[in-house]
Design a protein around this ligand. Structure first.
Ligand code: SAH
Ligand code: SF4
Length: 354
């Protein structure tokens, strides 16, 4: 595929390429083999966003790189900051005018970037802002990785680094499987950004074929599965698009993931008042998960204007957690960060680059 793009001299996003593809591109231009490592280092380790900065490359090569990649830079737009928390949200736009939001969270020494994988989301969960509009397209690997590099550059100015990446922004990563995996592999590459596989968490709504594939990648990524209900009937109302994968199959795929990677799977459960927060549902959930290598993250609902849901009172969420723990299922309550700048879980939306 990339061969075709390159042969026709179409613009290319260099961040879409694997190390091997970059090496092939440069070799095709007659460059010596060490250039791949140099260019890769500039893009992924030294975080250059301008070819002129690549000072140890010959001018002719810098120019050629700039020519093939013309128009393929993600343009950081509006930035919103919650100064108390240190959470930042950035709108990044792409050459075709589409845009996504990405978030940087600071917690102790952790610097976590939350990335989007699609412009909108085709799953359409009833409680999620992203799921309410159209999904205009999936992002490419380079567009996903660019969100991490954007914040990495901001942090580098303070001699800080991105320590974790969570694939929990807009979109369903396992419905954009190849690009998501390429972005992770590129960010994981030891000659470049070199972020360890265990520093990534991929959150899925339970796309079973994607989960099965991920288990075979040989990468120790953390997997989070958005469950939201202990019974298929309720789950189908909240997450209509995944009706074809019953909870039983989702759990079996998660077990398979845990056994092939040795990583504990976490389950996300958005707490919606009067819908999935009753003690009887906590009992049912514990019945499903007991004995599994699992952890539950209860996420109190973040309000989305126009949607008919409410966040349960804190005691109700805590009571739900206690039932799970008493019945042997590890559970914590996740306080969303960045809600004051609409950067909390489920609050990201596509906005026109305008
Ligand atoms: N599509 C993937 C990843 C992105 S959503 C997935 O659904 O897992 C990341 C998490 O935010 C999911 O667990 C999702 O259920 C949760 N979420 C969505 N809308 C929310 C809301 N309004 N309040 C709290 N959490 C929400
Ligand atoms: Fe998509 Fe996840 Fe939002 Fe559901 S919760 S609509 S899967 S982004």
């Amino acid at each position: 595929m990339d061969g075709v793009i390159l042969r026709h001299n179409h613009p290319v996003n260099l961040l879409d390429l694997s190390y091997e593809q970059l090496a092939e591109l440069l070799a095709g231009w007659g460059e010596p083999s060490f250039r791949a490592r140099q260019v890769w280092g500039w893009l992924w380790r030294r975080l250059a966003d301008d070819f002129e900065a690549m000072s140890d490359l010959p001018g002719s090569l810098r120019q050629r790189l700039a020519e093939v990649s013309r128009g393929w830079t993600a343009v950081p737009g509006a930035l919103q900051l919650d100064a108390d928390e240190g959470t930042e949200k950035a709108l990044l736009s792409f050459p075709d005018g589409e845009a996504v939001e990405a978030v940087l969270m600071r917690e102790g020494a952790r610097r976590t970037v939350c990335v989007s994988t699609q412009v909108g989301c085709p799953v359409g969960c009833a409680f999620c802002a992203t799921g309410q509009g159209e999904c205009s397209r999936s992002l490419s690997a380079g567009e996903i990785a660019a969100q991490v590099l954007h914040f990495a550059r901001r942090l580098a100015a303070k001699e800080e680094r991105v320590t974790h990446v969570v694939v929990m922004g807009m979109g369903e990563p396992l419905l954009n499987y190849a690009a998501t995996l390429r972005a992770i592999r590129n960010l994981n590459h030891p000659q470049g950004f070199a972020l360890g596989a265990r520093r990534f968490t991929v959150s899925t709504v339970g796309v079973v074929p994607g989960m099965r594939k991920l288990a075979k990648e040989g990468l120790e990524l953390n997997l989070a599965v958005s469950l939201h209900a202990p019974k298929d009937e309720l789950r189908a109302e909240l997450v209509p698009a995944v009706r074809r994968w019953p909870i039983r199959d989702v759990l079996a795929a998660a077990d398979d993931y845990a056994s092939s990677t040795g990583r504990r799977v976490s389950y996300e459960y958005v707490m919606l008042a009067g819908i999935n927060d009753a003690p009887v549902q906590a009992h049912a959930l514990s019945g499903l998960l007991r004995g599994r290598l699992a952890h539950v993250n209860l996420i109190p609902y973040n309000r989305i204007a126009g949607l008919p849901f409410e966040r349960p009172p804190d005691e109700r969420v805590e009571n739900f957690r206690i039932i799970l723990v008493q019945r042997g299922v590890d559970a914590t309550i996740r306080r969303s960060r960045g809600t004051r700048i609409a950067a909390g879980c489920g609050q990201l939306r596509a906005r026109s680059a305008g």
